[in-house]
Design a protein. Structure first.
Length: 214
């Protein structure tokens, strides 16, 4: 029998997760200002939303209250380690302790930080917490087919494509698929074992996951 901490246990909601490039911390109320800027940006919205267009201010406020501060998601603010600048947000939702699963979401909202490895390391830190501390079994996500950099980053972190919703989103004048990806604890363990023996490196500073928010 695998022990899994109950939802609400302090272990589920760490105060800090430390990396070499980023530090993940619990969100504070003042972070809504950054959310307002990120999710009103058309370029971020294109990658993050099913709807074709940015979120309204009231929608962003509700989203922040529910996702970043609410009790139903394990959500962490992504800070650049060297400057402490808030650059994004990542979360587990639909956490199912009985079946050991959760959905992963990430937004790198500060566009000048894209391509520096922050999203990739944040994703890896969250996977380490999910599998190493929470003893979950499976982490899943969905991503639009045209978000190629995010897909490459997810693959680097061990996610594999397990299915697709064909032509489910209309963007840029054509239909695109939505991909379903996941990683299992056994795959995470194998990657860590490979990294320790030098067979397979687990990259920290690789192409980051770009804005994905569900």
């Amino acid at each position: 029998m695998v022990y899994r901490a109950p939802v609400g246990d302090a272990a589920w909601f760490p105060e800090v997760l430390d990396g070499e490039l980023v530090v993940l911390r619990r969100h504070v109320a003042g972070n809504v200002t950054a959310f307002q800027r990120w999710y009103s940006d058309p370029e971020v919205a294109r990658l993050a939303r099913y709807q074709d267009g940015p979120m309204r201010a009231d929608e962003i406020d509700r989203f922040f209250q529910l996702r970043a501060l609410g009790p139903e998601s394990l959500t962490m603010a992504i800070h650049e380690r060297d400057t402490n600048r808030l650059i994004g947000s990542c979360a587990f939702s639909q956490v199912d302790g009985e079946n050991g699963s959760a959905m992963f979401h990430i937004t790198i909202g500060e566009k000048d930080t894209w391509g520096h490895g922050y999203g990739t390391e944040a994703t890896q830190l969250m996977l380490d917490h999910a599998f190493g501390t929470l003893h979950l079994h499976r982490i899943a996500l969905t991503v639009f087919e045209f978000n190629e950099r995010a897909i490459r980053a997810y693959r680097r972190c061990g996610f594999v494509v397990e299915g697709r919703a064909r032509e489910s989103i209309w963007r840029d004048g054509r239909w695109w698929d939505e991909l379903a990806m996941s990683v299992l604890v056994s795959e995470w363990r194998a990657r860590r074992a490979g990294a320790e023996t030098g067979r397979t490196a687990v990259p920290a500073a690789a192409t980051p996951a770009e804005p994905i928010a569900r």
